[in-house]
Write a protein that binds this ligand. Sequence first.
Ligand code: PAF
Length: 280
Amino acid sequence: MDKIENNRALRALIAAWRKADQRIAFVPTMGNLHRGHLSLVERARAEADRVIVSIFVNPLQFGPSEDFARYPRTLEQDVAALESVGADAVYTPAVTEIYPRDLAAMTFVEVPGLSDILCGAYRPGHFRGVATVVNKLFNLVRPDVAIFGEKDFQQVLVIRRMAEDLAMPVAIVSAPTTRESDGLAMSSRNGYLTPEQRKIAPRLFAVLQDVRQRIRHGARDYAAIESAGIDGLKAAGFRPDYLSVRRAADLDSPRDTGDDLVILAAAYLGTTRLIDNVRV
Ligand code: PAF
């Protein structure tokens, strides 16, 4: 597996792959890889001749009081895990490689609307940071296809919209959430949980499933359904940011009974913010 740390070496590798007419799949990550990430790499393997993974903890998508400094960085294990699933290359740039100027002076990409609701309302600037770094990584890697996990449902929609609006020549593929045996969605942030919080954490998925059941059984008063879900999270010990029933296509509020729906939630256990979602 090629291990690349700077843009010049990355461009040379990509040029060689392109010259050999190879199809490239890309999996952007922030590292601390778990089975969920590895399933994205496996999906990428099925999509292309070459698979490249980036590991970059992107400062632009963290708020000033968020966990950028303590975000787990486990490069050695990550490289070994990527080798075990047959990735062809890993790109691990320094912050200055991606952001050669002050963060505040860098050009950015903003997807209006979609970036301002749900997680975007609670994490101002987060999706601008995501869209900007993903755009830059796409420009460097020039992938044919890029794979993202559905746990970050809103993120997938933001990236799809960006790619569509800016006519980026890349297919955006989303892959299902990988879960622990008790239902907890895999996330690098699960490692922050205390043993006590870890026992509570799967209730997030359980509450989302309860809400889904109510809708499947015909409930349509979404405000009441959401409020019952939030009460369920509070009763389990969470401090919810939101639990919301939305249209899966655009995260707008449901309008008619034919809408394809998704239920999304974000909630804190102590200082750890967890997100999850289920399709109805
Ligand atoms: O989902 C993530 O890990 C990050 O938001 C991403 C897409 C790698 C951008 O930094």
